[in-house]
Design a protein around this ligand. Sequence first.
Ligand code: ADP
Length: 521
Amino acid sequence: MNRILLFLENSENRRLLEEFLSFRYEVRVGNSLLQTKQAVPMLDEPFDLCILDGVALNHLWEWARAKKEMEQPVFLPFLLVTPQSQVKLLTRQLWQSVDDLISKPIEKLELQARVEMLLRSRQLSLQLKASNQQLQDEIAQRDRAEAEREMAIAALQDNELRFRRLTESNVIGMIVADLKGNIVDANQAFLNMVGYTSEELQMGTIQWQAMTPPEYQALDLQGIEKLRSTGLLTPFEKEYIHKDGNRVPVEVGGALLDAVEQTAVCFVLDISDRKRAEAETQRALAREREINELKSRFVYMVSHEFRNPLNIISGFVRLLERQGNRLEPERQADFYQRIKSAIDRMTTLLDDVLLIGETETNRLSFQPAPLEVISFCQSLVEDLKIANDEVEIGFIYTVESLNANLDSALLRNILGNLLSNAIKYSSAGSPVQLYLSCEADVLTFKVQDTGIGIPPEAQTRLFDAFYRANNVDSRAGTGLGLAIVKQSVDLHGGTISIESEVNVGTTFIVTLPLSKHLHQN
Ligand code: ADP
């Protein structure tokens, strides 16, 4: 409800006006005649219209002007009640403080109309101020939103620039991919890594899923799950299949770009060098282990295989020293023979060690020369028969004569070692066979026995120097023969394989290509 302040000198007028206005408005009555002191509390109250007479205006014109100014731009109306005769007496100053006047005697209808009009004007100005304020608030809010948007755009552009720089720098591979397996975008570094062109990328031919080998699919699925749940793809190692079919080891990591579209941005690092270095380190470690094992096998062999003949030699030398003169000549000759064969055994051992040393340092030479293979084998078998008279050694061949360009010393290493092993690892008297055949320019030797056989776990290691299977019992040996055989076969460009079963027997199969070494048929 609008509030009206009333300052009138005439008490009758005051009462009548109060009574009349109180029907519609809240009316507060002041008495200007009692000086401003009494009116003071009322003067500080808010109001919508002040009706006052000339006397009150004289007292209050300064207050009225200050009040009006304070309310600016809202209109605060002052209505002056004055007799017609006094209108001309109003000073300019007083006129600046009032907005309208009504002359006495007061007409009720006129008063009502003026009061309504002034209050309407105030109401309108209040509304205007409110909408003005709202407008200003809205403008301020829009300005703030605009500033925020500009900042966000600037940040986005900044990010985009950085991302683009990173992508275009081609230091690392970058891709934008969907979670279904498609690559939406990729930089040149990535395309180089997997061997595709940007045209193929545009055509949508490149699929990260299709490029992933089957054994890495499960790892990829785990990565996608993580991306979905955390938005991040922790870097992990995998492989891509290059367009040329080769594998490229890579490290991949990234983040979800758009949760709705389900796209992610990922970096892809080519880790071929790292993997190569790792493999190299592994190889070096394995080699070191092998060398250590070789050393200990060597020490073991030397302590066993050299001690026996040395014991024999020193024992018989001592006997000859003490009782040499008293011994019969046959006994003496027997002792010397034993010493000689112990020395021969040690010489053979040393020869083998030297030979394996040569193969290890790649100094074993390959000097092929024309060789009649059948007679070469026959004489070798004959020699062995003389040395092992209780063993039956058969030689079966499918060609009449065979001239080939072979290294006879290496071939002696091969067949000599295989046949002596066949004899050594068989029980006394069991037969040993050497087969020779020639087909499609390949010479095939088979050395077969029915001896102790080779346990499966030992078969892969037989060609390592000093290695011996655990079923050899007390049979003398150095573990060098097969290593020498393998090197000799390799130098001929041939192959060697084993068929063996424990307590059934063993067959070594050696093939030597003839094309390189064939001299004449
Ligand atoms: P060694 O001096 O011990 O005979 P090799 O290098 O000739 O050395 O052979 C290595 C190992 O291979 C032997 O110690 C033995 O365990 C196994 N081996 C070789 N040939 C035969 C065979 N014919 N039958 C059973 N085991 C064999």
